[in-house]
Design a protein. Sequence first.
Length: 333
Amino acid sequence: MTALLEVEGLKKHFPIHKGFFSRVSGQVYAVDGVSFSIARGETLGLVGESGCGKSTVGRTLLRLMEPTGGSIKVAGRDITQLSPQELLPYRRRMQMIYQDPYASLNPRMSAGEIVGEPMVVHEIGAPKEHKERVAALFERVGLRPEAVNSYPHEFSGGQRQRIGIARALALNPELIVGDEPVSALDVSIQAQIINLLMDLQDEFKLSYLFVAHDLAVVEHISHRVAVMYLGRIVEMADKRDLFETPLHPYSEALLSAVPIPKASARGRKRVILTGDVPSPINPPPGCHFHTRCPYAMPRCRIEAPALREVTPGHLAACHLHEGAVRFPLAATS
């Protein structure tokens, strides 16, 4: 498959200002050298604990936040240094669905105005065409076309998220970043929204970066999964490979925490991580995970492991997988 998006060494550091003169006294290393690609029509799930930098990755690659370092290529064109005017055509190709379906909608605009606004901003079509397009989008995402004149507070949470999806589709994008788009919804509504996103992907050949912390949702919608820990990707693989054979101790711990039926859980060992997630202001040297890793070696405290291919298509950033060395997988024992 052809890569639509290529991200290489992406960094996003937030300066910490102190004192009367607001001098920079440190940095928050929110995203610290992330690399991945997304093919046309593919969904890459991005998972990890809260605060690991998942949402920042999504916002930075759309240039909603300016990257500190690295490159972002869309269809082979590096957009990292483009001016706002030069970036405008690429904004049509990349859209976002936000986590909170209420806070992301303007309460002073009707639902129809919200969905039609991208077409107004990008000067696409005439007002009559806007109305026709908005009505068609409402119907496609499962909303009544006559609801275009209603305001966000008149809709339920699931309906508001459908409005957000319709807005994202208004410009016929190629890539959509979903920033935990179902985490604020009831479980029954989550399934409806996930199925809608999958249907839209098949219909419009969309690519998704799906940011989430719910591994069951990620397993259902994703083709590949990347696991983040403290600003870095520690593992990336096809979803079946990652869920059946995790190669990084952090992925192993995450997967062991997923609730499964008792019959299926026989023989599975629960991995309990000790300690707290270190601060992104002062991350540990070497492998960021070594302070909580049950397999940590002296080398892990000094040298950061590279994200390398351990088995075909399965990448992991762990010194234990260099050469023929393997560690016992508690999650699959």
